[in-house]
Design a protein around this ligand. Structure first.
Ligand SMILES: NC(=O)c1ccc[n+]([C@@H]2O[C@H](COP(=O)([O-])OP(=O)(O)OC[C@H]3O[C@@H](n4cnc5c(N)ncnc54)[C@H](O)[C@@H]3O)[C@@H](O)[C@H]2O)c1
Ligand SMILES: [Zn+2]
Ligand SMILES: [Zn+2]
Length: 394
């Protein structure tokens, strides 16, 4: 089959690889019909190279049709239409029982001390073959796959794999008081959906911050008051001005480790890019290598006593953070990979509603054949051609 594979920094290719087969009784095989590129994939494309091997299959936002199921998979049958969560979770351990599927004890990667395995996401997360391919082996298929009805277009359901539950969790963890205010830093797919979900769940004022015109425009279209990073040196000051001088009750960081605005982290990123893997890997695992611009702005922006909710991915082990300010402002901080299945009961009714209350149909800007993945990654990274979300169709 054809698959999108990693070959180095900014080098993904389409390779011919063996078709996946059932390896465990809890596996299923799906034929992929749609598979999206995520901001998290851009971290693999740019800085997380030391944790990948050449030929690793990327992708963690797939949906498709079940082809075959292992003997322990009873709830699925060939022909079912399913969305696959990016967390590989078992559904029966203590963590899954507590709704913390991204910490699943059955699939935790003990070698690296990390949480649940993830599809297509480095050795740190189990080096599971990803879903940007014609076929996918789905581990823990007795629990993971989300069955969706026939009929509506893939885009109505595809974002249940990651974007929607991540944005839902970001809003949940942001603890916006009823009728309160929230600022969303980063208006990529996660930020876009966080804006809509915050509005849907009753936030009175949703501020959106980015520096890409069409992303700001999309957020405005869905009810955000936007602030262009390029227009203000003091972004926190601007956001305070819009909130009676106090700052928003909550701030969501939907940017992560590759924030615009260089600093120390940029140097570290360039440095690790030049080192051989055996030197870069421990450096990345044990030092502070993130570009913290957005997170620092989030901490500065939030109201005293407010909450910062981080869904952007960070990877440095020793990042310097402004503890004085965080302590002084009495902040609450929540973060983590999304627990996909936990939020499906909230989301499935919304995406299944013909009125499309979250306007999920207005997110993907590009639908391209799988073959065009190398160009699609470059376009999405460089934010060219109005790309906000790219869906590949094998
Ligand atoms: N927690 C999870 O489970 C989870 C799931 C999916 C994605 N993520 C992470 O969420 C983040 C966003 O993902 P995405 O798919 O929306 O990606 P994206 O890269 O398209 O979005 C990031 C956006 O942030 C903007 N930005 C950059 N620097 C900024 C700054 N200093 N201030 C404000 N905006 C800035 C960029 O212009 C871009 O629009 C990534 O870090 C991704 O890894 C986390
Ligand atoms: Zn993703
Ligand atoms: Zn589990």
């Amino acid at each position: 089959m054809k698959a999108v594979t990693w070959h180095g920094k900014r080098d993904v290719r389409i390779d011919e690889v063996p078709d996946p087969v059932i390896e465990e009784p809890t596996d299923a095989i799906i034929r992929v019909t749609s598979t999206a590129i995520c901001g998290s994939d851009l971290h693999l494309y740019e800085v997380l190279g030391p944790f990948l091997d050449e030929g690793d299959i990327l992708g963690h936002e797939p949906m498709g049709i079940v082809e075959e199921v292992g003997s322990d998979v009873t709830g699925l049958a060939p022909g079912d239409r399913v969305v696959i969560p990016f967390n590989v979770a078992c559904g029966h351990c203590a963590m899954c029982g507590d709704g913390l599927q991204s910490q699943c004890e059955t699939t935790q990667v003990h070698e690296h001390g990390t949480g649940a395995a993830l599809l297509g996401y480095t050795r740190l997360y189990g080096q599971v073959a990803g879903g940007q391919a014609e076929y996918l082996r789905v581990p823990q298929a007795q629990y993971g796959p989300i069955k969706v009805p026939e009929g509506p277009a893939d885009d109505r359901f595809l974002f249940l794999s990651d974007v929607l539950p991540t944005a839902w969790q970001a809003v949940e963890y942001a603890a916006i008081p009823d009728g309160g205010s929230v600022a969303v830093f980063g208006l990529g797919p996660i930020g876009q959906m966080a804006v809509r979900i915050a509005r849907h769940r009753g936030a009175r004022l949703v501020l959106g911050v980015d520096l890409v015109p069409e992303r700001l425009e999309m957020a405005r279209r869905h009810g955000a008051v936007t602030v262009d990073l390029n227009d203000f040196d003091d972004i926190a000051g601007r956001l305070r001005d819009l909130t009676q001088g106090r700052g928003p009750h909550s701030v969501i960081d939907a940017v992560g480790m590759e924030a615009h605005g260089a600093g120390l982290g940029q140097l570290a990123h360039n440095l690790t890019g030049l080192l051989p893997d055996r030197l870069a890997e421990p450096l990345m695992e044990h030092a502070g290598v993130d570009r913290l611009g957005a997170l620092l702005a989030a901490i500065e922006t939030v109201r005293r006593g407010g909450t910062v909710s981080i869904s952007g991915v960070y990877g440095g082990a020793r990042d310097p953070l402004p503890m004085l300010q965080m302590f002084d402002k009495q902040l609450t901080l929540r973060m983590g990979q999304a627990n996909v299945k936990r939020w499906i009961p909230d989301l499935l009714p919304l995406v299944s509603d013909p009125a499309d209350p979250l306007d999920v149909i207005d997110l993907a800007t590009h639908h391209l054949p799988l073959d065009e993945a190398p160009e699609a990654y470059a376009m999405f990274q460089e934010k060219r051609d109005g790309a906000v979300k790219v869906v590949l169709r094998p």
